[in-house]
Design a protein around this ligand. Structure first.
Ligand code: ADE
Length: 342
């Protein structure tokens, strides 16, 4: 196995750790993450679905159905997996599609799961096909089928697994095969957060980090965080540093504005990459329509990064539209970047 696997006990502490940590698993991000569903802000319908599923399963004394979360990065898919484990008092094992290189990597994890344990597979759409095939009987029948020999000598042996819960997360549900998608009993899409919800999140985070932040500063940060809790929490820390070193330690609207300018975050929360993307469509491709591969080649960025990280928010605020012949920049995008529209 090339990448990380982590197992957490239901108390939340890590009990087995692999190599490098992705930004989602950094200790400070973990500490800002709500541990229980009652502390979770936003995603009302998703939270209600989970509350019902957890309560119903508890009453029946069974594990909950497999859960698939879909949505752009930073909206809380990993957080919700931790919450499900905490609420059901189960252990959580965290891995990702690309980390599962061979069938044996997955089998090793599955055979160590206890009844009701949660297995979280991030970026599940990037699981290799050969590994994915082990997931079907594991999810449906809680079994792994081993095949020995080939042709007329082929024999199969079924290994029973404990009833575990698979929580999958994906930024691209369209890339998930139908057989895998259909094996999840609960499928929910996470949407961007409102400014109001982000304000509650950033004030909660500020209080956990023992930072003082006023209403105006919290609003300024929230409205420039692209509807994303991970971004508002990251920017809060940059503003804290800035206020401490360049200001008098107080976080106000002025320090937020100065710190965000330094971070390359504009009035609407767009980053340098967002603006480069829009300028490429507008200047290089005359506003579109243009294919994603052409934009990626011009920007010298991965097309996947643009689709997963850049485009969802630009689509959400109507700065780009996706048509059958490619991406087009909207009039709002032209105006925001200071281009005149004839
Ligand atoms: N921190 C990050 N995401 C959060 C959320 N949805 N609710 C509360 N705190 C958070």
């Amino acid at each position: 196995m090339s990448d990380e696997i982590m197992t957490y006990s239901s108390g939340g502490e890590e009990i087995l750790s692999g190599s490098c940590l992705s930004d989602d698993h950094e200790p400070e991000i973990l500490s800002l993450r709500p541990m229980f569903i009652s502390d979770y802000i936003g995603q009302g319908e998703v939270v209600e679905t989970l509350k019902i599923a957890i309560e119903a399963a508890k009453q029946r004394g069974e594990p909950i159905d497999h859960v698939l979360f879909h949505g752009p990065p930073g909206l809380g898919k990993t957080t919700l997996a931790h919450i499900i484990a905490n609420e059901t008092g189960s252990n959580l094992t965290v891995t990702s599609g690309p980390a599962l290189e061979k069938g044996g990597d997955l089998i090793g994890i599955l055979t160590h799961l206890e009844e009701g344990d949660i297995l979280f597979i991030d970026e599940i759409h990037r699981t290799p096909k050969t590994v994915e095939e082990f997931l079907y009987p594991a999810m449906e029948d809680f079994a792994i089928d081993f095949v020995f020999d080939k042709g007329v000598n082929a024999r199969s042996h079924r290994y029973r697994l404990k009833r575990f819960v698979l929580v999958g997360a994906t930024t691209r549900v369209g890339l998930l095969s139908a057989p895998l998608r259909e094996r999840f009993g609960i499928f929910r899409t996470l949407d961007f957060y409102s400014e109001k919800e982000l304000m509650v999140i950033v004030r909660r985070s500020a209080s956990l980090l023992k930072i003082e932040i006023g209403e105006e500063a919290a609003y300024e940060l929230s409205r420039r965080s692209r509807g994303t809790p991970r971004i508002v929490n990251r920017l809060l820390k940059r503003v804290r540093d800035y206020a401490q070193v360049r200001g008098d330690g107080v976080i106000n609207k002025k320090t937020v504005k100065e710190a965000l300018a330094l971070e390359g975050v504009d009035e609407k929360g767009l980053t340098t990459l967002d603006c480069r993307y829009l300028k490429t469509v507008i200047e290089f491709y005359k506003g579109g329509p243009v294919g994603i591969e052409a934009i990626a080649a011009t920007l010298q960025e991965e097309a996947d990064t643009l689709v997963d990280v850049v485009e969802p928010f630009l689509l959400k605020i109507g700065f780009i539209v996706r048509t059958s012949s490619g991406r087009k920049a909207s009039e709002e995008a032209y105006r925001h970047l200071g281009y005149s529209i004839e």
